[in-house]
Design a protein around this ligand. Sequence first.
Ligand SMILES: *Cc1c(COP(=O)(O)O)cnc(C)c1O
Length: 574
Amino acid sequence: MAPLTSLEEFLKEPKIAYFTMEIGLLNDMHTYSGGLGVLAGDTVRSAADLKVPLLAVTLVSKKGYFDQQLDPEGSQKEKPAAWQPELFMQPMSEKVYVNLRGRDVAVRSWLYIQRSVTGGKVPILFLDTDLSENDPEDRELTSYLYGGDERYRLMQEAVLGIGGVRMLRKLGFEIRKYHMNEGHASFLTLELLLEYKKDIEAVWDEDLVWDVPRVKDLCVFTTHTPEKAGHDVFPYDLFREVLGEIIPIRILRKWAGPEKLNMTHLALNLTEYVNGVAKKHKEVSMRMFPGYEFSSITNGVHSYTWTSEHMKAVFDKYLPGWANEPELFVRVGRVPEEELWGAHMASKRALIDYVNRVTGAGLGYDLLTIGFARRATAYKRADLIFRDMQRLARIGQGKLQIIMAGKAHPRDFDGKALIKRVFSCIKQLAGRVNIVYLSNYDMDLALKLVSGVDIWMNTPRRPREASGTSGMKAAHNGVPNFSILDGWWIEGHIEGYTGWAIGPAVADENEPLDLRDAKDAEDLYRKLEEIIIPLYFNDRHMWVRMMQNAIGKNAYYFNTHRMMLRYVTEAYIK
Ligand SMILES: *Cc1c(COP(=O)(O)O)cnc(C)c1O
């Protein structure tokens, strides 16, 4: 049981309330599925380090996302990933109610405190409907992260947005901004509209009772993906069935879309400050949602969390203070080459030993090791490197090994098929290029991978990667990126300096997909064969220079400390 904390110290000054469906705080708290949740965790960690007056609101997701099991053919089975909140945080006695389908659903919260060595603290409230007074069905509403059907999702989002604001009021917080981390949280705008509703006698017009300017001024919205599936859309009939007319549907249609309730549109229309998560993503978002103004704040990662123990020791020695001031990476050139390489090799040996232990794959310490781990979904193209297997075998034999990982969403059948296809390619290459696919990609495995491989590869289909953050983690460990120019890499890439691009600088979006895939694969093979493999084996000095640049140019900038300060100055304080 975590030590009891009083909320009192947090009630003294107004807070930024950061609402998020998922958050990756600790590996064993299964309240995250992937990049969005890890980013939320890194945001909170940086806020605590920097003493930004922020709190977070999320769902307790007691049964987690899922545990991935892969059979020898690569078929994915999902097992529940239950965890015990009481081991990490304390239950709060305060309750609020949200009326869903005509029943008052009781919501309580758990309090977790993110503490920093700087003395900063960020409270995180985990909303929970698993209370004996609730109907058995309602008790499950905060069980499964991204589980269930459309109705389940809508009810979860009502608990998060509406229940979350009510809980903040109940606990006595004063809030200066509400930050919606993705559209999942945008029902919070409805609760604010209800709260600041004007008196009809004063305005004499039914539509003007809704104080939209006031709500807009209070809200900040970050959109995270150009993928349609990432933007929740609900039929108005379903909304009415679940939430009734808490706001007249006729009015709601003006903000959330005429035909269906689009959570992104709702957020866009009721928020003053909206941003994408990389410069390119801002442009893509403006094309997707014409008529709205977007800013961009490029994502980062929490430097201390995403640096391996071995690399931390070297940074502590030569760049003391780096963890709370990642700008110090600008002086990474002061780290002696042998020590940087030594720290990398120590991380690499730890990874290889781990992989050999769990898989018996027999990987070696001296081969160029490529890492690739991300959600298994079609547009991320985990299979691009297997497009020409003969060529990969010829280029890589005796020189290359690859470590892969990634879960497919339980209902992403293309994603599941992709894993099976990759497994079949791995088998066909056996004896020539050693490739392993690890199950159950999570934060612990991510740190091992990004720090222990020699290069980090990303091959999304443009322009579908909003930002991507695992490559930033790799850079923190001196691991150069080898990736498609999309998301953050457009900003972080300097060819042959911080890493390498795959494919042309600008993709012709009118070209057939297969042709684009072919061109990207061609460039991937060519650079591996002609540039990367020779450099790795023949010029250690230049290779370590690239490692330094990954740290000095990429980690220096792509961290959540810089990101947090940007949110503070551009979005939170206005
Ligand atoms: C960092 C991280 C991600 C996000 O990485 P991308 O590059 O955006 O795919 C996903 N899952 C886990 C477990 C992570 O640690």
